[in-house]
Design a protein around this ligand. Structure first.
Ligand code: NAG
Ligand code: NAG
Ligand code: NAG
Length: 271
């Protein structure tokens, strides 16, 4: 009974993680063992000694970037357990010269982990009047009714802070809050990489969970649309971008057209 309640509370939350220092990336619990000294390894199928991770994302590389975001549907994952995380998000990453990372992330997740999520993270400053708050439980899509989340993260021209905007189809877009520039070194200036799509994590040796709607990219799969980033001239550019998929046996992305793509899969990989 207790675990069911916990799962419900954690089931779908607006997720804000700032990570700094040693390349703590998605789940701050694993900070010391994350692949922070090698930015190219952030989407390798292993984070640390005891977790495996899988990604199916599109990636804007070679910034400078000053913002990015998109719109995606929300799915419930009632069975996540034992360090599993299922996430759809936008990741804004700054790779430093010494090959460590600054990264921020916003989206939804289903998770059975304790970590520095939502307002438990020091650093994120919530707005007074936010349409959605970090940690809110979001409505889940069903075959008959799709529920969506829009995420937009943009560096403020003047202060240099990274602002998070979010909405669902039943809320208007508004400022959720910001990550102060002072949290970061590289992201204090600009981002080098932005990722859009799905991520899952599981204990090493365990069977990986479904991603998105649990379907491979086709019309029953989860979608990600309005993929955009802000370039160094302040222009909003709609992606057509390269993809990064770590294990096509279990997850994939479809082609990107009109800044929209399908992604996800049933899982079932063991690493
Ligand atoms: C969750 O587990 C139950 C019991 O094993 C199963 O019937 C159900 O289909 C699972 N749900 C999902 C979304 O995987
Ligand atoms: C991006 O950041 C780097 C430092 O990491 C800086 O040298 C460069 O000038 C910045 N680019 C822009 C357009 O601000
Ligand atoms: C889409 O994928 C799901 C499983 O991932 C499958 O059941 C369904 O038949 C597929 N639909 C099409 C049109 O290929």
């Amino acid at each position: 009974m207790v675990s069911r309640v916990t799962l419900l509370v954690l089931l779908l939350t607006l997720l804000c993680i700032q990570s700094q220092g040693t390349g703590r990336y998605l789940e701050l619990e694993t900070a010391t063992s994350a692949a922070g000294d090698d930015p190219s390894a952030i989407f390798e199928p292993q984070i640390g000694d005891f977790l495996s991770s899988y990604s199916a994302v599109y990636q804007a590389g070679n910034g400078p970037f000053f913002g990015g975001g998109g719109r995606f549907d929300i799915y419930g994952h009632p069975n996540v357990t034992g360090h599993e995380v299922v996430t759809t998000a936008v990741w804004i990453v700054g790779e430093r010269d010494d090959r460590t990372l600054d990264a921020i992330q916003a989206g939804w997740h289903a998770a059975d982990v304790t970590g520095c999520y939502n307002t438990a993270c020091e650093g994120f400053v919530k707005s007074d009047t936010t349409p959605i708050s970090p940690g809110d439980v979001l409505p889940i899509s069903t075959p008959d009714e799709i529920h969506e989340l829009m995420i937009w993260i943009e560096k403020d021209d003047k202060g240099g802070d990274w602002w998070l905007y979010a909405s669902t189809e039943s809320t208007t877009s508004g400022k959720v809050g910001y990550w102060p520039k002072s949290l970061f070194s590289k992201l204090a200036q600009n981002a080098t990489v932005i990722n859009y799509g799905g991520f899952v994590q599981v204990k090493k040796g365990s069977v990986s969970p479904p991603m998105g709607s649990g379907h491979f990219p086709n019309d029953t799969a989860a979608f990600f649309s309005n993929v955009e980033y802000v370039d160094e001239f302040g222009r909003k550019i709609a992606g057509n971008l390269p993809s990064v998929v770590t294990n096509k046996n279990c997850y994939d992305v479809g082609n990107m057209g009109d800044a929209t793509f399908f992604y996800g899969g049933p899982g079932g990989c063991v690493n």
